[in-house]
Design a protein around this ligand. Structure first.
Ligand code: NAP
Length: 307
């Protein structure tokens, strides 16, 4: 029986593990993807203490720190279900094995939002992808479209422009919500063209992607020929396991947490992009902060409960 099972191998999860380890809690940290969403960040310029570091390198440091403690057990495994039992919680893995823990911290992050337009599913993996910074490298010398106007899309367009011949940044409004830092970067690139106040209505292809259809004309046509379409229109919190346990979500489908990151279910905490903490500001710094608070929350809870 672990003191705490941390679900999620990203920034929030690793930080929670560092804190719970230093509170001398017997800690399990388990998830499917080591590094979580953090590994998709091409350049991280806002992690204090690192002026510029690649997401995968930063997450490798987080992991090395978390697993450096004897009382942290890391596991890469898909969890099928988490159930409440008499002592705490039982985690059952896809391979049928299981673990038990007195408390759980959900640091499950989020999944990329899909657009739901014709051609999107059909050409997924055949030119349509959901991570510009991860996949841009495969489009060297080609023309690509990046959809969205947040940090992911604007950073993605800037990174894609380093290798692609031409990048169309297609956004439904005329203003970007991305950090001005990234907006300046895309403005500096002469191979990025903005297609603003425009929605993509279809991905067109023939075996693979050949273009996108727009809801209004751009340069005299309602189609743009591209080889790749990077859909970067935000994410949906990964709450399935937590919701099955009875954790409440808010109207935006984030897990509701209190100041100590406790969810509505006793003994269950949440941290990072999956929670409704930090004013929904999904950053390395906020995820790490929430992970630290969740580790502390679990420690206080176990003491109060005499566990
Ligand atoms: P986001 O901030 O939610 O932005 C999503 C973008 O997609 C918005 O511009 C939105 O348009 C657009 N969009 C949403 N639904 C759409 C639809 N159905 N059709 C067309 N456009 C649609 O998502 P994100 O950029 O993935 O960022 C998520 C979080 O991660 C944010 O907190 C962000 O700060 C963080 N992040 C940070 C970094 C960094 O610090 N370097 C990098 C990546 C992500 P509207 O603007 O009109 O709403």
């Amino acid at each position: 029986m672990f003191d705490v099972a941390i679900v999620g191998l990203g920034c929030a999860g690793y930080t929670a593990a560092i804190y719970s380890a230093r509170y001398k809690l017997d800690t399990l940290i388990v998830g499917e993807t080591e590094g979580g969403m953090g590994i998709t960040a091409a350049e991280v310029g806002n992690w204090p203490g690192e002026i510029d570091i690649k997401g995968p390198d930063l997450m490798e440091k987080f992991k090395a720190h978390a697993v450096s403690f004897d009382n942290v057990t890391p596991k890469v495994s898909r969890i099928d279900k988490i159930e409440k039992n008499r002592e705490g919680f039982k985690l059952t893995y896809q391979n049928g094995e299981s673990d038990e823990a007195k408390t759980v911290i959900f640091a499950t992050g989020s999944d990329k939002r899909h657009l739901g337009i014709p051609g999107e599913d059909e050409f997924s993996g055949k030119g349509v992808t959901y991570c510009a910074t991860c996949d841009a490298f495969f489009y060297k010398g080609k023309d690509v479209a990046v959809l969205g106007g947040g940090d992911s899309a604007v950073e993605g367009a800037a990174i894609a422009a380093q290798v692609a011949n031409k990048v169309y940044l297609i956004h439904r409004r005329s203003e970007f919500r991305a950090e001005p830092f990234w907006v300046d970067k895309v403005n500096e690139k002469d191979n990025i063209e903005f297609v603003l106040d425009t929605n993509v209505t279809e991905v067109i292809g023939d075996q693979v992607v050949i273009g996108v259809k727009l809801d209004k004309e751009f340069n005299g046509s309602d189609e743009i020929a591209v080889d790749g379409v990077f859909i970067e229109i935000g994410s949906i919190p990964s709450t399935q396991l937590a919701e099955k346990l009875g954790c409440e979500v808010d109207e935006q489908k984030h897990l509701k947490v209190g100041a100590d990151m406790a969810t509505s279910v006793k003994g269950v905490f949440a941290a990072g992009d999956v929670s409704n903490g930090s004013n929904y500001f999904a950053q390395f710094a906020t995820a790490a902060g929430e992970g630290a608070v969740a580790g502390n929350g679990v420690f206080n809870y176990l003491q109060e409960e005499g566990k």
